[in-house]
Ligand binder design. Sequence first.
Ligand SMILES: NC(=O)C1=CN([C@@H]2O[C@H](COP(=O)(O)OP(=O)(O)OC[C@H]3O[C@@H](n4cnc5c(N)ncnc54)[C@H](OP(=O)(O)O)[C@@H]3O)[C@@H](O)[C@H]2O)C=CC1
Ligand SMILES: N[C@@H](CC=O)C(=O)O
Length: 402
Amino acid sequence: MIQVAVMGYGTVGSGVVEVIEKNKEEINKKCGAGEAVNIKYILDLRDFPGDAYESKIVHDVEQILNDPEVKIICETMGGLKPAYDFTKRALMLGKSVCTSNKELVAAHGPELIKIAHENQCNYLFEASVGGGIPIIRPLNYSLTAEKIDAITGILNGTTNYILSRMEKEGVDFAEVLKDAQEKGYAERNPEADVEGYDACRKIAILSSLMCGKNVKYQDIYTEGITKITSTDFVYAHAMGKTIKLLAMSREEEGQFYAMVAPFLVSKSHPLYMVNDVFNAVCVHGNMLGDSMYYGRGAGKLPTASAVVSDVVDCARHIGKVIMCFWDAQDVELTGIERTSHRFFVRVALENEKKALQAFERASVIEADVPGEFAFVTEKMTEEEFDRKAKEAGMINRIRMNE
Ligand SMILES: NC(=O)C1=CN([C@@H]2O[C@H](COP(=O)(O)OP(=O)(O)OC[C@H]3O[C@@H](n4cnc5c(N)ncnc54)[C@H](OP(=O)(O)O)[C@@H]3O)[C@@H](O)[C@H]2O)C=CC1
Ligand SMILES: N[C@@H](CC=O)C(=O)O
C-alpha cells in the first residue's frame, strides 16, 4: 500500500480524493508492482462534518510529516505560505510532492526539484499549467529530441471563459467573473487571473522547461484583460477575429522573449477555436515543427486528474529520481520594446487626423461604433508604437497575433 496525504481539501484537493476513489482500479493497475494507493490523511484548516472522508481530516501538518508510511503528498493548498515550508520539509524527508500550485512552482521550482532529487524523491507539477492538459510531461519526456524555440498558449481558464462569454453573449465582465468563481475556475484572489499574473507564472514554468534554465516570472511583461470591452469584440468581429489572452515565449538567435497580453487572433489560427474554460498550448520544435496540446484548463476534476497522474508517476518511482531539466540559473529576457507586431488602435473621432499623422500607413477598420475612429497599424516595434500612440490620443490598443 502506498500511503498518500492531501494538503488542502478545496476545489482541487477534494477532486484528487474523488479521482483516486472513483478510478482506483485503473490507478492501482498503473502504479505497477501490485501497489495500491491509499489516502491516509487530508490536511485542511476546516472540519468537514458529514464528509465521507471526515475521519481522515487532520489540522496539524506534523502528523503527515512525522508519519514514515506517507510516501506521496498532494499539495493543493495554493499560495506560498505555508505551502513552500511544508513542501520543502516533506521533500527533505524523502516524501514526493505532487502539486497544482503554480505560484509556488514558478517562484521556487528549481530549488524544490533539487531538494527532491537530493533526497531520492520527486517534485512533480503537471497540474500547475493548463489544468488537466498533459503539457509538463510532454515537455519533459516526449519532446526530448527537440530544440523547442517557441511556446504560445491560452493558459488561463478563467479569462478564456470570460472572453468567450463576452464575445458570444456581449455580457459584462464582472458578471462572468462571478460565474467563473462559482464554477471553481478562478483563483482565491481573481486578480491573478484577470490581470494575467496566473498566465505569467504558467508561461514562466513552460519557458523554464523550454530552455532548461530559470525564467523569472517577475521579468515577464504582463497585461491582463481588464481593459477589454464588448466594443473591442465589435471591432474583432468586423475584422473576422477574436480576442484571446495569450502567453508566449520564444528563443531567437540566443535571445529569449516572453510576454502575456490580450491579442487579436485570426480565424485561421489554431487558438481561435479554443473557447470557454479550455486551454491550449502550441509548441514549436526545430524537428517536429508545430504541435498543440488542448483540454480543460481549470476546474476540479480535470486539474485533479493531472495531480493524480503525478501520484502514479511518483508511485512508480519510489526511491528513484524522475529527471527534470530546470536549472536554477536565471535567463536574461530581452525587453519587449524590441518585439514587433501590428496593433489595432481605437481613438476618439476628433483625434482621427492626429492618429493618421502619427500612423501614416494605417488600415482603417469600419465597425459602425459611434464617436470613434479605429485602424490597424503596420508592423512596428513596441517602442515605436508607444512613441506614436502618445501623439494619437489613443482609447485602447490590442496587439495582432499574425
Ligand atoms: N481551481 C482550479 O481550477 C485550479 C487550481 N489550481 C491551483 O491549485 C491550488 C488549489 O486551488 P483550489 O483548490 O482552487 O483552491 P481552494 O481555495 O478551493 O482550496 C485550497 C484549500 O486549502 C486549504 N488551506 C489553505 N491554507 C491551508 C493551510 N495552511 N493548512 C491546511 N489547509 C489549508 C483551504 O482551506 P480554507 O478554505 O479554510 O482556507 C482550502 O480548503 C492553487 O494553487 C491553485 O492555483 C491549479 C489548477 C486549476
Ligand atoms: N485560475 C486558474 C486555475 C487553473 O490554473 C485558471 O483559471 O486557469
